[in-house]
Design a protein around this ligand. Sequence first.
Ligand code: E4P
Length: 213
Amino acid sequence: MKFFIDTANLEQIQEANDLGILSGVTTNPSLVAKEGVDFKDRLREITSIVREGSVSAEVISTEAEGMITEGRDLAAIAPNITVKVPMTLEGLKAVKTFSEENIRTNVTLVFSSVQALLAARAGATYVSPFLGRLDDIGHNGLDLISEISEIFFEHAIETEIIAASVRHPLHVAEAAKRGAHIATIPMKVISQLVKHPLTDQGIEKFLSDWENR
Ligand code: E4P
């Protein structure tokens, strides 16, 4: 499983990229709004840090025609832009067009395995099931990863599964076990993944033994 970072914050993207673990970035309108910057300028800045990995940029239109115009515009910013499209009938039409034009897509706000299958059949490069938001309403988000993974394997579907709306380290470990190709993770959770109390204790002990030699 690969790691993407789920943010539009440049410092965090730079930090994760410096760790050598980063294969891509996902943004969404809420994350971009939080930064208070021009969307396209920010995408240029992000793609100057992450030059090869996929950088997802979401369309705002709700009609296919608008999504297609917006998506083409976003895709022209850099070759590694992936157009993020919501899981709707209009979104599927847009994905079909993007797929014919070899523009990569990430179908977002996926909450069921059939939605993921539809997105894949429309030609999506990635599907993003949202774990945390399903957990929030009393469903098991991780079970959705298992279901999609099973269906894609059974039908030899190449669309990649991005575990999204990741809230804690267990989401990451379980998503990897259940067959997600990618987890897109906020910086806070990436930092939590690095930490283990026994690692900290071990370092402390090694250093104090070294000082007392
Ligand atoms: C994924 O691409 C989304 O940007 C993201 O994971 C949403 O997560 P949230 O539910 O924490 O907002």
